[in-house]
Design a protein around this ligand. Structure first.
Ligand SMILES: Nc1ncnc2c1ncn2[C@@H]1O[C@H](COP(=O)(O)OP(=O)(O)OP(=O)(O)O)[C@@H](O)[C@H]1O
Ligand SMILES: [Mg+2]
Length: 460
């Protein structure tokens, strides 16, 4: 009956989704930047360590070549010079021969070229050393010389980079989400403004317009365009209404004069045959006058001017009184009537028109609900709306006809022999729309269920 309420789910908000997308891109950018920084820094550090250990290996191999002394002696001599590097000489049988750290034979055998190791095993290294990067040289006789440098800084570098990345990641994430939330809220507010205005217009307040802010953004351009369209639509609707009202109005005076003329003639010419003709002509004229009166009434309600006369209405007593006043005639027609009216229902509206609305629906039960034996009136508030439901268990309305009968002059075949013009439900609908509501006709299996939704429900 009413458009769905706007979803409050953030993920359904296009502004928020857009912000999430740009957040994902910012994060991907941050990851890329950190990966590049990390790679560059690590390569530079590793290069320095590589240079140090390969230079030391070159030196010691040169020394061995020159002095032809065994490797352990050369290692001890180099160590004596200091330099901060770690040396290990592992004999061909896997025995540690010399040096200032002690990799096991397995590690020595595994060590190939330049490699970095985290220090887990006890290698007799100073405790501050958590990683080493070094080079292994395997001599032809099976002896292995390993020269390594302290690579703890490489580990710390990884840690520092990971920590800074986490900090930047969290900041981008927090700012991105905040931005998304703010963008979503701003967009939601504008869209809510559109939706509220359009709902009011749909409920008959054709003079409403969407707010245009000084920001002159895309929403404002859209609002301005829609306002121009609404203005045009309102003019067309007004024209149409005016034409209907004018025709009804202009034809009423000649019809009234014709009626007067017929009345006078009936009094003047007493012949029974003529009396019959006059009576028939008068009945037809009365019908035409009734139709024009009903059309004018609908036009007046649709024009919305009666909204300015709205007063506070105690709906519960009004419906109870209506039910009581219908009870005798319903009972004599063999129809029982029951009520379920919530107490203290109140709303702003036009008392006379609302009474007309309910009367039109109740009269239809009398006239059209063939074989009905029970009717009911119930009313309750749901949120800001009041729903009045009127049911019968008569012959009913086919579901494919349920929207058609709300249009002007539509009468179903079963009712053609009964009095009426097909204007009762359209007037009821126009009155509901004047009260920012609507009418739906449903199958009561058997019979008809008329649900009248009215806005502005508030308990007193
Ligand atoms: N309770 C009902 N049971 C069966 N048919 C119904 C019922 N209410 C309405 N109808 C059908 O809907 C049609 C339209 O109703 P509506 O009140 O607009 O016009 P009407 O009663 O025929 O004439 P009017 O109300 O202008 O005197 C009716 O002619 C009838 O066919
Ligand atoms: Mg009717």
């Amino acid at each position: 009956m009413w458009p769905d309420a706007p979803s409050r789910l953030l993920l359904k908000n296009s502004g928020f989704r857009l912000a999430l997308r740009s957040l994902a891109l910012s994060l991907a950018g941050a990851i890329l930047v950190f990966a590049i920084i990390h790679h560059a820094a690590e390569t530079a550090w590793r290069g320095q360590l590589n240079d140090a250990v390969t230079a030391a290996l070159r030196d010691i191999l040169g020394d061995i070549q020159r002095n032809q002394l065994p490797v352990p002696q050369n290692v001890n001599a180099t160590l004596a010079e200091g330099g901060g590097l770690f040396f290990a000489d592992i004999g061909k049988d896997g025995q540690w021969e010399a040096g200032n750290f002690r990799p096991g034979p397995a590690l020595a055998a595994r060590w190939n070229g330049l490699q970095t190791f985290r220090v887990r095993a006890r290698l007799a290294l100073p405790p501050r050393v958590q990683a080493v990067r070094g080079i292994a040289h395997h001599f032809a006789d099976g002896e292995t010389l390993i020269i390594a440098a302290d690579a703890t800084a490489l580990l710390s570098l990884n840690k520092v980079i990971a920590r800074s990345f986490l900090a930047v990641f969290s900041i981008i994430m927090a700012l991105g989400l905040l931005n998304g939330f703010l963008a979503a809220r701003a967009a939601q507010r504008r869209v809510d403004g559109f939706a509220t205005t359009l709902r009011d217009i749909m409920h008959g307040d054709l003079a409403r317009r969407i707010e245009v802010t000084p920001a002159a953004d895309e929403f404002d351009r859209l609002a301005a365009g829609m306002n121009a369209m609404l203005q045009r639509l309102q003019e067309l609707m007004d024209n149409l209404r005016q034409v209907t009202a004018d025709i009804s109005h202009d034809l009423r005076s000649p019809l009234a004069r014709l009626r007067e003329h017929l009345e006078r003639s009936r009094a003047k010419y007493q012949a029974p045959a003529l009396q019959e003709v006059f009576a028939e002509a008068l009945a037809q004229t009365d019908q035409a006058l009734d139709i024009f009166a009903a059309m004018l009434r609908i036009a007046e309600v649709e024009a919305g001017s009666r909204r300015s006369h709205f007063t506070e209405i105690a709906l519960s007593p009004m419906l109870t009184m209506l039910a009581e006043s219908y009870e005798p005639s319903f009972t004599s027609a063999g129809i029982s009537i029951e009520t379920h009216i919530a107490p203290d229902l109140a709303m702003r509206g036009d008392q006379e028109l609302l009474a007309q609305l309910f009367t039109n629906v109740l009269d239809n039960i009398f006239l059209h609900a063939a074989d009905a034996s029970a009717a009911s009136i119930s009313a309750q508030a749901l949120g800001q709306k009041i729903f009045v439901t009127i049911t019968d268990n008569g012959s009913g309305i086919l579901s494919e006809e349920s929207t058609r009968v709300l249009q002007r002059f539509v009468r179903l075949d079963a009712s053609r022999q009964r009095p009426g013009y097909g204007l009762g439900l359209p007037l009821a609908r126009a009155i509901a729309a004047l009260h920012s509501g609507d009418i739906v006709i449903k199958d009561n299996a058997p019979g008809v269920k008329v649900i009248i939704g009215l806005a502005g429900g508030m308990p007193i």
